[in-house]
Structures are given as C-alpha cells and as structure tokens.
Design a binder for this molecule. Sequence first.
Ligand code: SAH
Length: 336
Amino acid sequence: MKKFFVPSKWEKNTETIKFATFKGNLSGNENIGQKAEDAKTKKKKNKNKKTKQKAKDTSTKGIASAPTPQNTPISKVKGGRIEKKKKNKKQKLQLTPAAAQAAVELLNETPNTSRARESLQSKFKEQLMGGRFRFLNEQLYTIDSLEAQQLFQEDPDAFGAYHEGYRHQVEKWPLNPLDRIVKMIRKLPKSLEIGDFGCGEGKLAKSIPNKVYSMDLVSCRDDILACDMANTSLPPQTLDVAVYCLSLMGINLNDYLLEANRVLKMGGLVYIAEIQSRFENVYSFIKCLEGCGFELVKKDVSVKLFYFFQFKKVANVGKVVRLKPFSLKPCLYRKR
Ligand code: SAH
C-alpha cells in the first residue's frame, strides 16, 4: 500500500487515505490529491446517487431488467476508504403480478398466441352460429309454414344450424318444457299413440314408451317424418295425443290446429308448451283453439318463462271451416 504526501497547509484535519484495490472506472487524468476532498463529498454524492437509484428502481419496478451499469454494485467511500460495495447475493426480482403475467406470456409466446387464437376463433364461430340461429328463428316466426318449408329446402344446412342454436338456448333455461311434457305423457297408458308436431331432433320419441309419430319440416332421423305439420300424411282420427312443444311457429297456427283436429280421435288431447312472452292475450288464444274444435282442460300459466295448456277434442271441425288466421307473437332470442 503506497502512502502519498499531504501538502503542509493541509496539516490540520488531514487524514491518510489508504486505497484499496479499486476496479471502478476512474479516469487517469484525475488528481489523486483531490481524492481526499472528493472522499468527503463523494459520501454525500453517493447518498444522493443512492436516493436517485432508489427512485429509478421504484419507477422501473415490475419490469425484469438485465444487469446494467446502473445496477451493478457501486463503490462507496467509508471512513476515508473507497470500498467496493459487496454484491448482494440474494437479489430478488421485484415484480408486480401484472408484470409477472406479462413476462410469463412473453416466455410462452408461441403456445399462448395459438391458444388465444383458438379461443378467439371459437368465440367468433359461436357468435356466427348464434347470429344464424337468431336469423332463422326470426324467419320461422314471421312466415307461414309453406315458406318455412321452402326455407329449409333451399338451405339444407339451416335445420342443423337452427337446432344447434336451439340446444344452446335450451341449456340456458331453468327447465326444458319438453321434459315436463314427457312427465305428463308417462302418466298416460302406454298404448296411446302420440303425434309430436314440430319434433325437432325427436327427443320425445326417445323418452316415452308410446308409439310416437315425430314430424318436422326436416327429417334428421329415419323415424322422423318430414312434412309441414299443417298437412301431414296421417290418416284421420289416428292419434290419442298431439304435442306442440315450442313449435307453434309461423303465422298460420289455425292450419296446424285444424290438422290436429283432423288426425286426433274424438276426446283426444292436445298438449301445448309455449314461451310466456309470446302471449298477448291468453283468453283469445283459448278462443282460437275452441274455433278449431277443442276445449280447454287445464292451463298452467304460473311457471315463469313457459305456459302449458291441455285441450281436448270435442268436435270434428273439418278443414273446410273458415277460420281467421291466428298467431302468437314471435319469440326473438337475445344476442348471447
Ligand atoms: N319440439 C321440439 C323442437 C322445438 S323447436 C323440442 O321441444 O325439442 C321448433 C320446431 O318446430 C323446429 O324444429 C321447427 O322446424 C318445427 N316447425 C316449425 N314449423 C313447422 C311446421 N310448419 N311443420 C313442421 N315443423 C315445424
């Protein structure tokens, strides 16, 4: 260790400064004598520097940074010695949860992006399917059955698309009205023959032991008869029960119920389940059914969302009877 000369006018309050090995970046032009002076002020400066560094650290908190000249250990002056700050072995990464998440995503960039793309694609697909379902649904409620038949003939995929959307819709309801109809029919003799008008995917036939004539505009299964339920190929007075579960679509309901009158035996029953919001006036609906040769047996309008009716055939009306066409309000499903 080399001592250096202290000028005499500095005799008072002077001190000998020993230099430890210093690997810092001191420029060679620096006056060594000035070091002692500097040593005192440096302590102050270092303190300031430390505060500044701390402020900087705080501002960059949450972002993982690689070692830079600013955050490598710095030297400080202690008791006249310039000491190299010991490296803190246990340096912790200070990350906010958001920055940590960003970092993880950055690390997993590729898989994460493809996952995000997949979920975006399925979301778009779902939205498109939902849109198509709502469009078809609105059409089916606002056209007559002949036009509805045409709609499905011209667009063979429409039926599948409609029923995919319909299934999603049923999942959102607290109950599927068809399940309640199934329960009611299970209480009846197994020998009774049932007509499921607008059967959709034909769930009723699979749920009861009775003989079921499943009918819809499109047949998605061998046992389903493709027809307009206003004009079926069933012989007159064949059925004991006619079921309309959410299928009174279209603007010519009178045609459907006159057909029911034709194919039902005298005293035969009609079960109807419909969405409550479709009814403007329940009594005028009952009146319309009376015009088609039916009498109300019971109604349940207490269930939120759905109304249930049971009618009985009391007269053979015949299809020649002139009835004012009647309909219910369309049921328009909201965007998901
Ligand atoms: N009853 C079934 C399906 C309800 S969706 C169930 O509860 O699961 C309504 C169904 O009625 C659709 O499948 C639609 O194609 C059918 N539909 C509407 N108008 C029809 C008509 N004129 N003739 C036959 N089916 C009809």
